[in-house]
Each structure stands twice: as C-alpha cells, then as structure tokens.
Design a protein around this ligand. Structure first.
Ligand code: NI
Length: 179
C-alpha cells in the first residue's frame, strides 16, 4: 500500500472532471486501497480520486466512529435526494478551513463496487453529505465554491500565506471532519 499525495486548493488539477471507470481491475482495487490508506492517515472521512490526481470516478469514505467501515463507490450516480442538512464541512484539499454548506440529507445512489457489480444503496446524514461532497470533487467542484467570492478569496489567501510560511494550519475546530 502507498500513501498518496493530496492536491490542495487552488491547484488547477482539482478542477478536472473525472472520467467513468470502464473496468474494475486490480489496478482500480489497488488505487482504492491506497486512497483508503491516505484518507485514514490524513485523517479524513472521505476522499475522491481527483484529490490524488487520478481523474476517474471513484471515491472512498468511512464515517464510522471506529474507523472500521470503509466504503468504495465507483461511478457513483445520485438517483434521488431529499431533505436538507447544513453542516460545517472541511476538506483534505482545503486544510484547516470549515464552513457551513447545505446539502441533501438523504440520497439514493447507484454505483459499482470493487467486484464490478452495479449496486443501489441509500445514505443519510454525514455519509450522504460526504458522498455529495466527494461527487462534487469528481466534477471538479470544491465546497468553497458554495461560499461568497469574498470568503473564497480570503480562504485562498490564508492558505497561500500558511504555505509560504511553511507552518501548517492549526487545527482550530477539530470537531468537523475533513472530507
Ligand atoms: Ni473534499
């Protein structure tokens, strides 16, 4: 297994629209394992392939307290969504920043699993939010896109400044998981 490098905002590669996975082969399964390892080490509760500079439609997630419920979604497609959930979201590609975003609270999803089978599933609450956040990544979209231009510029400047000074962003509000 290998830990992968996570791209950080405003890296233009995060704006790439990912392509569908055609065949679930050993290479895809290995990438899923590496993405999970990277997500757990970060630590985060979700990671999209886009964030590790692989532009295919795959995401991993684990929203369990015990960190023992890894999920992999290939070619995810939201069939239905309802309800509203407003949560402070963070993102491994936007380190140290947490902002409130509204998303559907419940989704029904079609995706492919690691055996190459098409499956339908449902998710609610944190997992639903996480999957919607990761699907946005596959479309080249980031949670900061939901904020005002002014707020987004401030975030960009703050991240650039902290990168220049080589000091990592302090974990200000660890209560919000990074996704
Ligand atoms: Ni993210």
């Amino acid at each position: 297994m290998a830990k992968l490098q996570i791209l950080e905002y405003p890296d233009p590669r995060l704006r790439t629209v990912a392509k569908p996975v055609e065949v679930v082969d050993e290479q895809i399964r290995q990438l899923a394992r590496d993405m999970l390892e990277t997500m757990y080490e970060a630590p985060g509760i979700g990671l999209a392939a886009t964030q590790v500079d692989v532009h295919i439609r795959m995401l991993v997630a684990d929203v369990s307290e015990e960190r023992d419920d890894p999920r992999v979604f290939i070619n995810p497609e939201i069939l239905e969504k309802d309800g509203v959930e407003a949560m402070d979201e963070g993102c491994l590609s936007v380190p140290g920043i947490y902002e409130r975003v509204e998303r559907a609270d419940h989704i029904r999803l079609r995706s492919t699993n690691l055996d190459g089978e098409t499956v339908e599933s449902e998710a609610e609450g944190l997992l639903a939010v996480c999957i919607q956040h990761e699907i946005d990544h596959l479309e080249g979209k980031l949670f900061v896109d939901y904020l005002s231009d002014l707020k987004r510029q401030r975030i960009r400047k703050r991240l650039e400044k902290s990168r220049r000074s080589q000091t990592p962003e302090p974990v200000v509000r660890a209560r919000s998981p990074a996704i």
